[in-house]
Design a protein around this ligand. Structure first.
Ligand code: SIN
Ligand code: NI
Length: 255
């Protein structure tokens, strides 16, 4: 056995869970092993050749619902370690909302600006969602790691912000300008888990290597559809209030 304990078997200390619930995010080291990092990193880069990026603004290359295209990425999206950690943090059963391979190309010059995720989603607002952001390369601040505004997940009333516009967050919520920010560099294999309402951003990538991350977006298993445009649900023609419980599209996580 190596000294490093990978997270599949990890029971989180209560103070880690408390910190997540207070701050709206947490950094968990070594969620996946170096061997897994290599396998998933290579699969993510190969997928760029096969899938069209949803975002063409230069912020990132964004492959949405990559798990449905590639069996290797599917294993990461449904990884028992990610599932177990996310459910311990959320404290409720979760199901997959969707996943995204997010690559910031070298010298991309465009940060992902501050936003909360939840207002961008067609979900009722009763529940909390958790997103796992898994680093598939080392991600120091210079390569575009995440920065969070601790406690901002308690701002449940905010309208959607535009992650392409640096002014958007402060127009929607001027108070957030004066809140402390926490930047979380990650080693490959580490992850951050963040609440759907915590304000977060990621700087541009000033390095010569791509920033490769896999992002697993998980929602409360009871989440219902709220009529609002979104690429994942638009093709489904759902009624307002319908449960998002189609097991093929939004599977429950592995036990
Ligand atoms: C990013 O990785 O650039 C942003 C991720 C997010 O908004 O959750
Ligand atoms: Ni986001």
């Amino acid at each position: 056995m190596s000294d490093t304990m990978y997270a599949t078997t990890r029971i989180l200390d209560q103070d880690v869970i408390d910190s997540y619930r207070r701050q709206g995010f947490v950094h968990i080291p070594n969620v996946i092993s170096p061997e897994e990092v290599k396998e998933f990193h290579d699969a993510a880069l190969a997928l760029v050749e096969k899938m069209k990026s949803f975002n063409e603004s230069g912020i990132f290359t964004q492959l949405v619902n990559a798990w449905r295209e590639d069996p290797t990425i599917r294993r990461l999206t449904m990884h028992p370690a990610v599932a177990s950690l996310a459910e311990q943090l959320a404290g409720v059963p979760l199901r997959l909302w969707h996943d995204q391979v997010l690559i910031k190309q070298p010298h991309n010059k465009r940060p992902t600006e501050f936003h909360q995720d939840q207002p961008l989603w067609p979900h009722d607002n009763k529940h909390s969602s958790v997103t796992a952001w898994v680093a598939l390369v080392d991600v120091p601040a210079e390569r575009g790691c995440m920065t969070f505004i601790p406690g901002s997940h308690r701002r449940t009333e905010l309208a959607a912000m535009n992650l392409g516009d640096p002014k958007s967050v402060f127009e929607v919520c001027p108070d957030l300008m004066w809140e402390p920010r926490v930047t979380v560099p990650l080693r490959a294999g580490d992850a951050t888990f963040h609440h759907g309402r915590v304000a977060h951003m990621a700087a541009d990538n000033t390095t010569d290597e791509p920033r490769v991350a896999h992002v697993v977006l998980l929602m409360d298993a009871e989440t219902r559809y709220r009529k609002q445009g979104h690429p994942v649900t638009d093709p489904l023609n759902l009624e307002d209030g319908a449960p998002l419980d189609n097991a093929d599209l939004f599977p429950r996580l592995p036990a």
